[in-house]
Design a protein around this ligand. Structure first.
Ligand SMILES: [Zn+2]
Length: 427
C-alpha cells in the first residue's frame, strides 16, 4: 500500500469511526482524549539535605516547549505549546492539555529545551555553540479499540542541556516581567573544555572543570547554572555591575582562593576578599541560585557551593594534610550569618561573597519586610541605571533611600538589621 492509499484508508477509517460514534448514540468512549507528558532523568551533583526543588532522579519538563504530531511526519502538528505542571496521583508531570485525538493512530511528542519563564520571555538552551535546538521525540500508539482517556508519559534521558533547562524552569516570572513579543535568552549548556562557566553580554556559557584528567560538566551543578542565570537576569533587568576581583586581595588563606585546585579558577570564591562590587555581583548569583532550590518558608536554605573553600573552623579529610579545606559541594546555608569579613579579613572598600550571599537571601526571604524581586530591580536600577557601576554598601543605602524612602520598613530593615547582622555595612 502506498502513502496515498494509506491516507485514503485512514480517511475511510476516520469516517467509519465517526459514523459508528453517531450510530451508537452518546458513547463517551468513542473518541479518545490523550494527554502526553514529559520528564527528564536527572543526576545533579550538588544536592544538599533540606533542599526542596530539582532533587529527584526524574523531573518534569515544566514549561518546556512541545509539539504533538499525528500520523505522517510531514503533517503540521496537532498541538503546540508549553507543557504545564500536572499531578498524576502524587507524581508531578509536565503535560499537554487533554487532546481530542481519535483512536488507532500514532502520535509523537516532540519536546525541546526552550523554557517559558514569563509571558513572551523564554530561555533557550542549546547543547553548545555549533548545534541547534535539541528535540526529544517519543511515539505513542492509541489502541484500536477506544478505551477512553489515555495518558502517556515519556521519560527522556537527561542530557547536559536537559539539566540546564530544568534549572531554567525555576527562573520565576516574578523576576522577569511580561513583554508583548517573544524575547529569547540564550544559554549554551555544554561548552567544550577548557571553557569555564560564565555569562557574557547576557548569554550564558556552561562549561566544565577538569581536575587530574577527569572532566566534570557544570551542567550537572544546579548551583553553577542558577548562578550564571542570575547574571543573565541581572543583565537584562538592571544591568551588569563592575566586578573587580583583583583589588583588595588578601594573602590570608581564609580570605583568598589559593585552595582552589584549578589555577585558572582561582579568581573569586565564596570566602575571598574582593572589590565590594564584585562580591555583590557574585553573591547575588549565589542567593538567586539558592532560592531556586529552597522554599523561602524553610528554616534552612542550603546551597551546594562548587569550589573548594578554606574554612578555619573545618576539620576535613578531603585534601590530605589540609584539614581546613572543604571540598565541593560545600554546604553554605543562606539563613546563617557568616560575618566572614569581620571575622577573618577586615579591610576597607572590600567585600566577601558569603556575607553578601546571606544578606541578599535574608532580605529576599527572611523578614516580613521582604524585598520582592521588583524591589531589588527598582533599587538596583536606581543605583546604577546605565550599568558598569562600582556598587557599594553606601550606594545601595542611597538607592534604597531614594527609591523606597528613608523611613520605608524595607530600607530600615536593610540598614538597621540585615546589613549589620551579616557585616556588609562597611565602606
Ligand atoms: Zn558569577
Amino acid at each position: 500500500m502506498n502513502r496515498q492509499q494509506l491516507r485514503c484508508l485512514r480517511v475511510f477509517l476516520a469516517l467509519a469511526v465517526l459514523l459508528l460514534g453517531f450510530g451508537s448514540a452518546r458513547d463517551a468512549h468513542a473518541i479518545n482524549n490523550m494527554r502526553l507528558c514529559a520528564r527528564f532523568t536527572t543526576s545533579y551533583h550538588d544536592i544538599r539535605s533540606g533542599q526542596d526543588y530539582l532533587i529527584n532522579s526524574v523531573e518534569p519538563a515544566t514549561r518546556h516547549y512541545a509539539e504533538v504530531h499525528t500520523g505522517f511526519s510531514n503533517q503540521p502538528p496537532v498541538w503546540t505549546g508549553h507543557l504545564t505542571d500536572t499531578f498524576v496521583g502524587s507524581n508531578l508531570y509536565a503535560c499537554t492539555p487533554w487532546l481530542p485525538i481519535g483512536p488507532f493512530s500514532q502520535h509523537t511528542l516532540w519536546v525541546t529545551n526552550l523554557v517559558l519563564v514569563a509571558p513572551h520571555k523564554l530561555i533557550i538552551v542549546y547543547p553548545n555553540q555549533s548545534s541547534g535546538s535539541q528535540w526529544h521525540t517519543q511515539t505513542f500508539s492509541t489502541p484500536a479499540n477506544p478505551i477512553g482517556d489515555s495518558e502517556f508519559n515519556a521519560t527522556f534521558a537527561g542530557t547536559p542541556s536537559d539539566h540546564v533547562s530544568l534549572v531554567a524552569t525555576r527562573v520565576g516570572p516574578s523576576f522577569i516581567p511580561n513583554t508583548s513579543s517573544d524575547i529569547y535568552y540564550t544559554t549554551y549548556a555544554d561548552v567544550p573544555a577548557p571553557g569555564l562557566s560564565q555569562t557574557v553580554g547576557g548569554t550564558v556559557y556552561i562549561g566544565s572543570i577538569t581536575v587530574n584528567g577527569v572532566t566534570d560538566k557544570d551542567a550537572y551543578w544546579r548551583s553553577v547554572v542558577g548562578h550564571e542565570m542570575s547574571h543573565q537576569v541581572a543583565h537584562f533587568m538592571w544591568g551588569d555591575w563592575a566586578n573587580p576581583y583583583d583589588v583588595n586581595t588578601s594573602s590570608l588563606p581564609a580570605c583568598n582562593c589559593d585552595q582552589v585546585e584549578v589555577v585558572g579558577d582561582q579568581k573569586h570564591c565564596l570566602n575571598s576578599l574582593e572589590g565590594q562590587s564584585a562580591a555583590r555581583t557574585e553573591a547575588w548569583g549565589h542567593s538567586f541560585s539558592a532560592q531556586m532550590v529552597n522554599l523561602p518558608t524553610d528554616s534552612t536554605a542550603p546551597f551546594g557551593y562548587y569550589k573548594r573553600v578554606y574554612d578555619p573552623q573545618a576539620n576535613e579529610t578531603c585534601v590530605a594534610g589540609h584539614p581546613q579545606v572543604r571540598c565541593p559541594p560545600v554546604t553554605a546555608d543562606a539563613v546563617l550569618h557568616f560575618n566572614w569579613m569581620e571575622g577573618y579579613c577586615n579591610t576597607a572598600n572590600a567585600g566577601i561573597e558569603v556575607d553578601w550571599f546571606a544578606f541578599f537571601y535574608q532580605l529576599s526571604n527572611k523578614t516580613p519586610d521582604r524585598w520582592s524581586p521588583g524591589t531589588f530591580w527598582n533599587v538596583f536600577y536606581t543605583e546604577c541605571p546605565a550599568g558598569g557601576c562600582n556598587v557599594t554598601w553606601s550606594s545601595l543605602v542611597t538607592a534604597a533611600t531614594t527609591f523606597l524612602g528613608p523611613t520605608n520598613p524595607k530600607t530600615l530593615y536593610m540598614v538597621n538589621t540585615a546589613g549589620d547582622q551579616n557585616g556588609v555595612n562597611h565602606l
